[in-house]
Design a protein around this ligand. Structure first.
Ligand code: HEC
Length: 107
């Protein structure tokens, strides 16, 4: 009984997480910028200068001299309080959004 309620609760939470994470309205071939706007801007800010999440460009950013693999890994597996995106984005989409950030960092 208790377990069944727990399972139902977990299913609802999972469904909510999947809806909250964008999903269907993000096309497979979305550009890095489109992915960023939909999935990342609410925490990192539409100008990439931070908000809930930390800054990705400018003086305060700490990733401007990190390799692409660092950005990809952070997005893929999550880092600190940031959720992982390996279940919501394809590997290609993760690389595209990482490269978008690097372009905004001027490299
Ligand atoms: C729920 C808020 C949230 C969302 C959504 C989010 N991030 Fe983050 N992100 C964070 C936080 C908080 C950190 C800092 C984590 C830490 O080290 O404690 C972070 C860290 C990062 C880092 C590492 C930066 C560094 O300097 O170490 C990158 C890269 C990054 N996020 C990219 C993205 C991308 C790309 C997306 C969208 C696919 C995204 N984030 C979505 C909150 C978020």
């Amino acid at each position: 009984m208790g377990r069944r309620i727990l399972t139902a609760g977990a299913t609802v939470v999972l469904a909510l997480v999947m809806v909250a994470c964008g999903g269907p309205d993000l096309p497979e071939d979305a550009t890095g910028e489109e992915i960023y706007v939909q999935m990342c801007a609410r925490c990192h800010g539409s100008d990439l200068r931070g908000g809930t999440g930390l800054a990705l460009v400018g003086e305060a950013a700490r990733s401007t001299d990190k390799p692409e693999s660092y950005l990809v890994q952070s997005i893929y597996a999550g880092i600190g309080r940031m959720p992982a995106f390996r279940h919501t984005l394809t590997d290609d989409q993760i690389v595209r959004v990482a490269q978008y950030i690097m372009r905004q960092q001027g490299r």
